[in-house]
Design a binder for this molecule. Structure first.
Ligand SMILES: O=C(O)C1=C[C@@H](OP(=O)(O)O)[C@@H](O)[C@H](O)C1
Ligand SMILES: C=C(OP(=O)(O)O)C(=O)O
Length: 429
């Protein structure tokens, strides 16, 4: 346990932060670079624990990956060059590694056992295992394969057409990866668009993939070609500073080179709707992804309803948005967010318990919460539940509390943002 004690601040937030590389894109750069032939170079790779799980998995499968800080070079083996790992693969805390690798491993000609930490071992895998079994995958594990550890006996896959029952980019991506090595065309349909980095990057690596936003089809492609990937800054990491700057009066900060892919910018839409002073500068396209700088000034916001198709576009930002809602005028309603119950922890519970303990007016609901805003928050203990996004939310909460906040364990922040506390300190004036 590594607790952090945070004193209330008297000043405001000023300065510039370059948030680390996008976690989703970093994972995918390793996966696609490894299964392509030739060299893939990656810049601004997220040097966090989750992405290291993906790197280590491919090293175990015979891929040469060199890492120099946030610069990565991958000598891809092609799909047919991957070898059976000599040991079980440890995916730690990473849901993305687990779900995406399931789709890949299902069609490779060897046996793999995968496991993870206590949190990952409680997260449902049948959402991926069930459709993969329809494709012919042979996967065994706890409770009919719903939980890790899982053993995958790779086999020839057949393609399917599948309507996603959960709004999940991880499930979609797993099926597209399986589709890469199954005969005929695999079709995945989603009701609400989820992050589309897999589709964009597979196109860049030369896959036979087509998408119209709701329906994605992929045909067998065994000859992906290595390329260069420049990873945009992670909007899910930027979210903590967007909220911080909105909440602390007289703040003005700039977040440089942040990914602004529309499947991820729900947080920007929501804070603008709440009345935030936020502008985007230097918007441009890098490697198929929109990026830009975000300028934010502190201002008094108003509550909103966050629901429906917006939820997948800000799924990981809901905890920090809930904190923002406690400082906004009026009521914020968060609906359709039941997926938060199966993240690194039950984030609906973690958020409502922590905020209530700090003195916020929060009523939990089946699929979200109702927050009556503009409440003064007192200090006290803040439980991270060993979830990186909850721990970072606790640290940001201390910017608006009247007394000291103690976050019980901040080690989990290394999952997605190892330099978070330093970056926050650098703008606290
Ligand atoms: O595909 C991805 O990289 C991710 C998808 C989301 O999960 P779901 O697909 O389970 O919604 C998100 O919460 C996670 O942090 C990363
Ligand atoms: C849910 C998250 O990640 P994962 O599913 O990869 O563990 C997250 O980073 O908030």
């Amino acid at each position: 346990m590594n607790p952090l004690t945070l004193q209330p601040i008297s000043g405001s937030l000023h300065g510039l932060i370059k948030v680390p590389g996008d976690k989703s894109i970093s994972h995918r750069s390793i996966i696609f670079g490894s299964i392509a032939t030739g060299t893939t170079t990656v810049t601004n790779f997220l040097d966090g624990e989750d992405c290291m799980r993906t790197i280590n998995a491919f090293k175990e499968m015979g891929v040469t990956i060199q890492k120099n800080g946030s610069n990565i070079t991958i000598e891809g083996t092609g799909l047919s060059g991957l070898i059976e790992p000599k040991k079980e693969l440890d995916f730690g805390n990473s849901g993305t590694t687990t779900r995406l690798m399931l789709g890949l491993l299902a069609g490779l000609p060897f046996k793999t056992t995968i496991y993870g930490d206590a949190s990952l071992s409680k997260r449902p895998m049948s959402r991926v295992v069930d459709p993969l079994r329809l494709m012919g995958a042979r996967i065994d594990g706890v409770q009919q394969g719903n939980y890790l550890p899982l053993t995958i006996k790779g086999t020839t896959l057949k393609s399917i057409e599948y309507d996603l029952p959960v709004k999940s980019a991880q499930v979609k991506s797993a099926l597209l990866l399986a589709g890469l090595h199954s005969e005929n065309k695999t079709v995945v349909r989603e009701k609400s668009p989820t992050r589309n980095h897999t589709e964009t990057m597979l196109q860049a690596f030369g896959a036979n993939i087509k998408t119209d936003g709701h329906t994605i089809s992929i045909s067998k492609t065994t000859d992906l070609q290595g390329c260069h990937v420049e990873v945009p800054g992670d909007i899910s990491s930027a979210a903590f500073f967007i909220v911080a700057a909105c909440m602390v009066p007289r703040s003005e900060i700039i977040l440089k080179d942040v990914g602004l892919n529309e499947t991820r910018t729900g947080i920007i839409d929501v804070v603008l709707q709440m009345g935030a002073k936020l502008t985007i500068q230097n918007e441009r396209i890098v490697g198929g992804e929109k990026i830009g700088d975000i300028l934010i000034n502190g201002s008094q916001l108003s509550g909103v309803t966050i629901e429906g198709d917006t939820i997948p576009r800000l799924i990981d930002e809901i905890p920090i948005l809930a904190l923002l809602a406690t400082q906004a005028d009026g009521t914020t309603i968060i609906k359709d967010a039941q997926e938060l119950k199966v993240k690194e922890t039950d984030r609906l519970l973690a958020v409502s318990e922590n905020l209530s303990k700090l003195g916020a007016d929060v009523t939990p609901t089946e699929d979200g919460m109702i927050i009556k805003g503009n409440t003064k928050l007192k200090g006290g203990s803040f439980k991270s539940y060993d979830d990186h996004r909850i721990a970072m939310m606790g640290i940001i909460a201390s910017l608006v509390t009247e007394e000291t906040v103690v976050v019980d364990n901040i080690d989990c922040i290394n999952i997605s943002y190892p330099n978070f506390v330093n970056d926050l300190q650098s703008i606290s004036k």
